[in-house]
Design a protein around this ligand. Sequence first.
Ligand code: HXC
Length: 263
Amino acid sequence: EKDYEDIDVELVEKGTVGLIYLDRPKSLNALSDALMYEVVDACQIFDKMEEVGAIVITGRGKAFAAGADIKEMKDKTFQEAQKSRIFSHWNVLTAVRKPIIAAVNGFALGGGCELAMACDIILAGEKALFGQPEVKLGTIPGIGGTQRLIREVGKSRAMEMILTGEAFMNAQEAAQKGLVSRVVPGDNDALVAEAIQVAKSIAALSRPTIAMAKEAVNAAYELGLSEGIKREHSLFCSTFALEDQKEGMSAFVEKRDAQFKHR
Ligand code: HXC
């Protein structure tokens, strides 16, 4: 157990799920550099821990995250932003092999929306609100917003959100458009409990199989269809080298529950 300042970290479901709370509720969980270094560090540690099968990220209070920390970045010069490769530490998240579930309970604005979209699954609470208000601050989305949002909700809706900085998307619309997988009724606790259940069901499966499934789906973002299908094919063939594939299929034929070794 590590002591973090701006996040809270717990192991739940017998250590199979790593839970991260963004914990700066007074600033609506504004994503300062310090906070994001902690998120990245916790994700890397969970990724290495054998018992952990999936990660949940959520926010304390009324926001998931209201964006990157405006107070921290406001006086940065172009050179400072460029030289420090501002926000590049966030990219570590995309190298995490284990599935990351975002449980979005309130504002997911700017960098908050981008953080959610960098996760593998988004579950929304009834009060979730997604938006990219950066233009109102004289800047633009800077960690994937312009690239990811368009893939999730289409060009017109993404442009409307990014170019007006308003036109926030509520939970219902986000579910209808496919930005989130579904809306979980009830309060924040119900949302987090549901995200943990999804994480737990993933954690019950074979780690290497899940890592390959995630890799194959993510390839769809990077590759054209025929290359993506080739990548899927080689990952699919690779699963036949796993003991867990033998166990999973034998268990089905023998009408019993699979006892995966690598989980
Ligand atoms: C720093 C923030 C913050 C942020 C809120 N706060 N968002 N501090 N960075 N992104 C602080 C406020 O200053 C205030 O602190 C406290 O949180 C509560 O916020 P209020 O505005 O008083 O709350 P409310 O009236 O309920 O309004 C909620 C809100 C508003 C609509 C979400 O806070 C808001 O518009 N926030 C900024 C949203 C935004 O523009 N996000 C994009 C950031 S740019 P004090 O101490 O003043 O009371 C970005 C760039 C991404 O993300 C590019 C690369 C990462």
